[in-house]
Design a protein around this ligand. Structure first.
Ligand code: SIN
Length: 275
């Protein structure tokens, strides 16, 4: 089906499209929202240029696509608990999302999607990589698909958020970190496509397997699921935005620009229980 309100230019056959002809800083019509949702289903991550989004307009944009999620560990700026700051500069010891992951997959109901807007970018570097977990699933052998069918994995936020808190000097006391069990192979709730839903940041074990077998299978899946032919790489400019289907891609932020500054905000949209 063609698009009427947006110009959609695919970046690779499996994942990623650049979207032109839309202004995300003003309220979207139902038709525009429906076409962006459709493009997201078709391409899994959408890239926009020249969108001067402010905290209020980014929040309003996210709300076109669902209820906004509040991060279980990182506080938003004053008055905007739904905004996740993404920031690195000369003083940073690490950056968010340096490892392949699906956002907050340790939640029982992980997010449906995230929209990241950067207002400050380094002169070069700081790209984000995205990889289609649908293409990765499709490329598994039929025998392995049968083996993985029905397995579940535990995802935990504890090791991730504890290390972030230690690095950023945030208090730990009394915190309960999210943990959840999800199918290793999940079905996309809208497209009904099957996809791999484990990632090296949050997944700690495949529950039905002995530890060494779980480790070996996860190692294989992480390598397979991030093969370059299933990837797209986004080169940011000031006021670019990326909207990814967090159910169907993993992503990774490259930190190759130290001591330069890269800064913006993310809104995250709530999802549904994986099946
Ligand atoms: C993230 O949301 O994981 C960060 C992505 C990025 O900074 O490119």
């Amino acid at each position: 089906m063609r698009y009427e309100s947006i110009d959609v230019r695919p970046l690779t056959p499996h994942v990623g499209a650049e979207i032109f002809g839309i202004d995300l800083t003003r309220p979207l019509s139902n038709h525009e929202t429906e076409e962006i949702n459709r493009a997201l289903l078709d391409h899994l991550v959408l890239f926009f240029r020249d969108q001067a989004l402010e905290p209020a307009s980014l929040k309003a944009l996210g709300r076109h696509f669902g209820t906004l999620h509040i991060h279980p560990n990182i506080p938003g700026p004053e008055g905007y608990p739904e905004l996740l700051p993404i920031h690195a500069d000369a003083n940073s010891k690490r950056v968010a999302g340096e490892m392949w992951h699906s956002d907050v997959s340790c939640d029982e109901i992980p997010p449906m999607g995230s929209i990241l807007h950067l207002h400050t970018v380094p002169p070069a570097g700081g790209d984000t990589l995205f990889v289609s977990q649908i293409a990765a699933y499709d490329a598994l052998s039929p025998r392995l698909k049968i083996y993985l069918d029905g397995l579940t994995a535990t995802h935990s936020g504890e090791h991730v958020y504890r290390s972030h808190n230690a690095r950023d000097g945030r208090a730990e006391t009394g915190k309960i970190y999210p943990t959840a069990v999800h199918p290793v192979i999940r079905t996309h709730p809208v497209s009904r496509r099957k996809l791999i839903f484990v990632n090296p940041m949050f997944t700690v074990k495949i529950n039905e397997l002995p530890r060494d077998e779980s480790d070996a299978i996860l190692r294989f899946l992480y390598t397979h699921a991030t093969r370059p032919e299933f990837q797209a790489r986004f080169r940011w400019q000031r006021n670019s935005a990326a909207f990814w289907d967090n159910r169907a891609v993993q992503h990774m932020a490259l930190w190759d620009y130290h001591p330069q500054t890269r800064s913006g905000f993310r809104v995250t949209i709530t999802g549904d229980r994986p099946f």
